[in-house]
Design a protein around this ligand. Structure first.
Ligand SMILES: C[S@@+](CC[C@H](N)C(=O)[O-])C[C@H]1O[C@@H](n2cnc3c(N)ncnc32)[C@H](O)[C@@H]1O
Length: 252
């Protein structure tokens, strides 16, 4: 799949990250067997994202995930240009933070992650931008009180949490949102059938054996139902390609 994301004019740090990854890869990585802990099944508690190798592997191929730029473009359209406090959940190296900043240079953005590699990349990439605050936070734990936000966003991160934790996090997001605020979760969701799941994997060039054991995929409708039940309005799936979906809700 040679689909290259078109992110327009992006900050130079996006060009840097591959070199950064290569430089740290050899010394930082741990054996895959150690990451997997000897077990190969999907596991509700397994999350490999604190592993340097796992994080670096993702960063190397993040741009080539098919259609992601389409989902990101719709997400960016959903976040008002006037949003002045934004929270990004599971920021990685700051890909979404950088995109949000292109048209909202004044916005204050807080970026959560817990992977040492991602936190290091985030801090480096936004070292010169005092409007971006990087916070080490494990999304499995309740969100710290950091005031209210006009937008809370996330990209391909929440599906690494167990289902109950996803639902609890959505309620915490609602509580942390200013009235009128928008929640945009660009997410990896489950397929309705095993055949469609295999089709998705083939489309992104991953064999079933190499699927990320950290994934805890859940269908779109259940998640939209949760958002409505919590109190979000205008809840819908605003964009979808196979297992990539943008779930959006607004706090009235
Ligand atoms: C697929 S990457 C996506 C990164 C970034 N949002 C992007 O779109 O490029 C998933 C991110 O979620 C983070 N993550 C996974 N589980 C987490 C947890 N329990 N707490 C905090 N961050 C977590 C990982 O460290 C990683 O940065």
């Amino acid at each position: 799949m040679a689909h290259k994301a078109n992110t327009g004019t992006v900050p130079a740090f996006f060009n840097d990250i591959l070199g950064y990854s290569k430089g740290y890869y050899a010394s930082y990585c741990e054996p895959l067997s150690a990451q997997l802990g000897g077990a190969e099944e999907l596991n509700e508690n397994k999350n490999l994202w604190k592993s340097a190798r796992h994080a670096l592997d993702y960063l190397k191929q993040a741009d080539s995930i098919p259609h992601r730029a389409e989902g990101e473009a719709v997400l960016l359209d959903c976040v008002p240009a006037t949003a002045s406090r934004i929270l990004d959940l599971g920021s990685g190296d700051g890909r979404l933070v950088g995109l949000l900043k292109l048209e909202r240079p004044q916005a204050k953005i807080i970026a959560f992650d817990y992977s040492p590699v991602m936190l290091k990349a985030l801090r480096r990439n936004f070292a010169a931008d005092p409007s971006v605050t990087v916070v080490e936070h494990n999304l499995d734990r309740p969100m710290p009180d950091l005031g209210v936000f006009h937008a809370i966003v996330s990209s391909f991160a929440i599906h690494h949490l167990g289902h109950e934790r996803k639902r609890a996090l959505y309620a915490e997001v609602y509580s942390a949102m200013a009235p009128g605020g928008v929640f945009c979760n660009l997410e990896h969701v489950s397929s309705p059938t095993p055949a469609l799941h295999e089709h998705f994997l083939s489309q992104i060039g991953i064999s079933p054996e190499n699927e990320d054991p950290s994934n805890k995929l859940l269908d779109v409708q259940t998640q939209l139902g949760w958002l409505r039940g919590i109190g979000f309005v205008d809840v819908d799936c605003y964009w979808k390609w196979l297992e990539l979906a943008l779930l959006v809700g607004r706090k009235p």
